[in-house]
Design a protein around this ligand. Sequence first.
Ligand code: ZN
Length: 289
Amino acid sequence: MRIHHLNCGTTRPLGGRLVSGAARPPVFARQVCHCLLVETDDGLVLVDTGFGLADTARPERLSRRFRLYARPVLDPDETAVRQVARLGYSADDVRHIVLTHLDVDHAGGLGDFPNAKVHVSAAELDAARRPRTAQERFRYHAVQWAHGPDWVPHSAGGEDWFGFSAVRDLPGLPPSILLVPLAGHTPGHVGVVVDRGGDTGGGSRRWLVHAGDAYFNHRQMERAPSCPPFLALFQSLLQADRTTRLRNLARLNALALSGEADVFCAHDEYELDRASRATGALAQPVADV
Ligand SMILES: [Zn+2]
């Protein structure tokens, strides 16, 4: 099983080090949309989609408020479908998409893979289709799934995976890909776990966890966790359920420190570079604007 780490959307939010935690860049931070492309025996599996070609062609698909604070670069060459093509595949080779959640910066590329089955938690799909709060109406952009994806909703599992209630045996997917509930950021947010088996190479751990937006900065996974102040505020403003989010954050931190799994989140450029180096791939180019 070969795994590619892709950046499917750069954003440049105002705040510099107050967002990134790094000394540079000074004014606008740089964030990524960290997606996975997994080559399996039965086609490609894409984990999260970032922004899509339609978003880059018509930025107004993304709300004005989102564009103001995130400042997405919207480079067509960063879209998943363009990167899939550069790897020598077609869009139809992506048989399955697994989403951590349906926020605008995770679901934008769905329309570029209209024939893929789209796995998502049932709670997330319900919240996105029937937004009940002002926050849900702001975060979900129905235009991104107006083409009618082939949804495969999943309910919470029951099988224990390092203390998480995992969903295994997703229809059509190899048993090495599973979901773990990580609600809090959104109502039905999940983590996507890939079992790399024994042949991980490069000293990697067996388990790879895409934690989506369950956290935003790699320092939140350290033994003495910390978070740049703007990011901490941002996480609080966008959370659907604070108690659940903080509980899952603590469990993820314990998992990362246990040495059992390589854990990464969706938007930390440092983690994307680290993962790309570990797989022997060059870091994905990040648009420099
Ligand atoms: Zn996000």
